[in-house]
Design a protein around this ligand. Structure first.
Ligand code: ATP
Ligand code: MG
Length: 399
């Protein structure tokens, strides 16, 4: 009995003519995610992608858990692949699903027959399989409405597949299918969640982090890398650009009104991020801002930040409460890293009384005290690049 993984794609099904491009992208992403676990063959069989391991050294538990984090998948199941013969199918159902059937109280059988030459029709397959399982597992009862386990028997062209309940996939669209965007990532709770959410919509991520040594430490930078490793388990590999921000922050501190520190700084971040974004083919910026969360995220403050941006800024958390964001950060396992106490460049020069209703002319006036162009140029020149992997070895193919 061979074990395989069956993949049902989600929104892909809606994409009409683009469907094949999307499917190819999904398969490429799955292949990349499974690098290091052995060889897998991918084939497309009637709205299902079949993932078959080649050889027997493959770690199927790990493969399945990795595929659960690939966007563009609505549901997935581990399945037994056996010869298309009813006796073999019954034995395989008993054996392969035995543990699950023992734990269940009720079940039903679903049969799908795409090989029309198979001698039994779907209703007969259901009744034979159901009868056989009832004779082997005496505690089981049939419940067609709300069963604990659905025993699926699929008669395909090349083999019969047997599997239990489908597991929910990560949803969304294949990473890369919507293009690329630059995630401004701090060490906080919000920005990793924002990155995860936009990767789910099919965006490939480039990371940008502003660091202000010696005010911020190496530990703070490592924290950002660890956060991105978690995001990369969903988004695939991320190239992170670390921007030296110390001089800019010191210049702001020495020359601008204290109540505008944060906003001048955020506008500088946006200007620099756009230069990196253009160079890396990113069509948008992504931030973890949410209306009203802090002084720099009031509506007038966001308008001031937005005013220096020529490309769209995606803020997927804009209407979310903190507890909703925290729930996602726990789900993607970034929360415990985010709450580690290392300083962020934003917190180093936080004004005591930030202005909550700033205006663009006020900021433009404040910025006249800065030599903006040379400061930006110097920061961009000093950028360092780090490549972040979600899993060891997932480094096949181009970035
Ligand atoms: P987070 O939890 O993501 O840090 P926050 O609620 O603390 O967000 P701010 O610190 O005001 O809010 O930052 C708002 C957004 O600006 C962040 O979500 C992030 O996208 C970006 N940002 C802030 N600090 C940095 C940084 N040091 N490097 C890169 N981006 C940053
Ligand atoms: Mg922050």
């Amino acid at each position: 009995m061979d074990e395989i993984i069956l993949i049902k794609n989600g929104e892909l099904a809606l994409k009409g003519l683009n469907r094949h491009t999307f499917e190819d992208m999904l398969i490429k992403n799955m292949r990349q995610r499974l690098t290091g676990l052995g060889h897998f063959d991918f084939s497309n069989e009637q709205s299902t992608i079949v993932v078959k391991p080649r050889g027997d050294v493959t770690d199927m538990d790990e493969a399945f858990s990795r595929l659960c984090r690939v966007f563009g998948i609505a549901g997935l199941s581990r399945a037994a692949s056996v010869e298309k013969d009813m006796d073999t199918i019954l034995k395989a159902a008993e054996e392969y699903l035995g543990e699950k059937l023992l734990a269940a109280r009720t079940f039903k059988v679903n049969a799908k027959r795409s090989d029309k030459s198979f001698p039994l029709g779907s209703p007969e397959i259901c009744s034979e399989t159901g009868g056989y399982l009832l004779s082997k597992f005496h505690h089981l009862k049939v419940d067609v409405h709300n069963p604990d386990i659905i025993v699926n028997v699929e008669i395909r062209d090349t083999a019969a597949y047997i599997h239990g309940n489908q597991v929910k996939g990560a949803g969304g669209m294949p990473v890369g299918s919507s293009g690329r965007a630059a995630l401004l990532i701090s060490g906080g709770i919000d920005s990793p969640v924002a990155g995860y959410m936009m990767a789910k919509r099919g965006l490939q991520l480039t990371g940008i982090h502003f660091a202000s040594p010696p005010y911020t430490s190496k530990k703070a930078e490592q924290k950002v890398c660890r956060l991105l490793e978690k995001v990369a388990m969903y988004s695939g590999r991320i190239v992170l650009f670390i921007v030296p921000f110390t001089e800019i922050q010191e210049q702001i501190k020495d020359n601008c009104p204290e109540e505008l520190f944060t906003l001048v700084m955020r506008r500088m971040m946006m200007r620099i991020a756009q230069i990196i974004a253009a160079d890396q083919n990113c069509g948008a910026l992504i931030t973890g801002e949410s209306v009203g969360q802090v002084a720099s995220q009031t509506m007038p403050a966001i308008a001031c930040t937005e005013a220096v941006c020529d490309i769209p800024v995606f803020r997927p958390l804009i209407g979310m409460d903190k507890d909703e964001v925290v729930a996602i950060s726990r789900k993607i396992d970034t929360f415990d890293i985010s709450i580690l106490p290392y300083e962020d460049c934003c917190t180093v020069f936080t004004p005591k009384h930030p202005r909550t209703r700033p205006t663009i002319p006020l900021l433009e006036k404040a910025e006249q005290a800065l030599d903006i162009e040379p400061l930006i140029e110097k920061a961009v020149k000093g950028v360092r690049m780090v490549i972040i992997h979600g899993y060891k070895n997932d480094d096949e193919g181009e970035i």
